[in-house]
Design a protein around this ligand. Sequence first.
Ligand code: TRP
Length: 450
Amino acid sequence: MAQRESWATRTGFILAAVGSAVGLGNIWRFPYQVGEQGGAGFLFIYLLLIVGIGFPVILVEFVVGRNTERNPVGALKRIGSGAWTKIGWVFVTAGFVILSYYSVVAGWTLRYVLLGLQGNYTADGALDQFLGAASGMDAVVLHAIFMAAVIAIVALGIERGIELSVKLMVPAIIIISVGLAAYAFTLDGATEAYAYYLSPNFSTIASNWTTILPAAAAQAFFTLSLGMGVMITYASYLGEDRNLAEDAGIIAVLDTFIAFTAGLIAFPILFAAGIEPGASGPALIFVSLAAAFAELPFGGLLGAIFFGTVAIAALSSAISIMEVVVSYLIDERGIGRVPATAALGVAMFLVGTPAALDLVFIDLYDGFANSILLMLGGLLLSIFVGWIVPDLALEEISKGIRNVGSLGSTWLWFVRIPVVLALIVLVALNAWEYFGFLTGDFADWLNTNL
Ligand code: TRP
């Protein structure tokens, strides 16, 4: 077998993992989730879940990946037995579904870069503009273009493709986001927006926790790229001298910083234009924010910069999703990197095409893969690592850390009980929400369209 690839540098690994984490989840999904769930209360719960569940689960994936040096399916075959080896399939399926619609949304961002450069955002016609751009032939073409870019990078491999591209993309995302947030700070709506975004109302949280909690957990998983083996795969290309806990911390902090900054950009701009952030759902940045850009001086240019950043962030995430499925085909099926990437890209493009033709498929795919499969994958893997292979996990986490102290055992205890219990509740709540969608909105859609 050919020598397995690996990261050239530690920074390369961290940037790739940050590039995976920072994406549409931070800049598209996060602000509209905050809006839908009522503002600061959501932010508060979300931050708790990043620390309490996200960080420990990154480490769960890291120990499995570095220990086995395998793709997620191969990793579980190596250290697991029986039914445990099947968890990898949950991951590969989730990755396949997620990338197929992720690419559609990323295609919209490309469209909005063009609209901005042409000075074509409109305040009154923003919704129609979005509906025109979001579904139909144009959306299919942009979905294809984005998928082609993903194929091109992943086909080049770890060092020359992924590592090189994230070294350019991630610093750009950070710098431009901070710049846009500084600009948003100068707008008239800023004070009001910060109050909405930053001061939680605890009685609202208490009365809405059954929706806020599962939504915040799904967001935490999605934004940290957890539950489908991205962190297993990326850590599988990592040497034993690295301190996994430190790397996981850096990744979680940077990802949270960018999501938080996206809110600092979006809400002041919306409030300055007098737009209510609550009701727009997945259309928030495309309809409301684009309408706000239409009202601002140099709004077209600012919008193009903003959506360009979102597109870059989406690309650095999409390549990580692709890499999971590609690494499976390379390691387990002996298929070459280039043909594996190309074939998958075409298949994912086809599966995603319905989502480029009708918005209801975005919710159908997102709800299934993101709210159910990811958390289920995270739950099963946490049970596996915490209860089935705890010794291996403890040994792996202490490598590269000179003085672990009680870090390893605290982490393990945390994974075994609180994380597992919380995930069981959250998977159930999310499955219940999704069932509501299938029997409600989606059933209505089927009735009117078939
Ligand atoms: N985390 C990315 C974002 O926020 C999306 C992403 C990349 C992802 N890889 C993933 C989500 C793996 C879930 C699982 O946009």
